[in-house]
Design a protein around this ligand. Structure first.
Ligand code: SF4
Length: 122
């Protein structure tokens, strides 16, 4: 069993079964050949949350799995950055009642995640 026969993202593991390769040991071309494209981590998290909720942005917004490691990141922006959109010290925080209606910040090219499906202009 070789990495080639397993596919680009897999390699033989110590117990003889296939394991995932370390992405940083792969080339950009290999990653692209697998169908991955460069993106901010916040966008990757948002996409994972949309996948978790079968593409339903409102379900991601209302996710109750508060112990999930992705939960603070699920809206596609950085929750801990002071002054960042929606951050604790933000001047741009969306009012709770607006968020409860599912309204999201307007699409903004400075915040690529707002360009994802489900991010209609507020
Ligand atoms: S935060 Fe919620 S929507 Fe995102 S991966 Fe976790 S459980 Fe799924």
């Amino acid at each position: 069993m070789t990495a080639t026969t397993l596919g680009l993202g897999l390699e033989p593991g110590p117990a003889g079964h296939a394991v995932g390769r370390a992405p940083r040991a792969m080339t950009r071309d290999e990653l692209r050949e697998m169908g991955h494209e460069p993106m901010p981590a916040t966008k990757a998290i948002r996409l994972k949350c949309l996948d978790c909720c079968v593409g339903q942005a409102n379900e991601v917004r209302q996710c109750v799995a508060t112990d999930c490691a992705l939960w603070p990141w699920r809206m596609g922006n950085h929750p801990w950055r002071a002054g960042g959109r929606g951050g604790p010290a933000s001047d741009h925080a969306v009012p709770a009642e607006k968020m409860a209606r599912g309204a999201l910040p307007a699409a903004n090219s400075d915040h690529p995640a707002t360009l994802l499906p489900g991010h209609e202009a507020a």
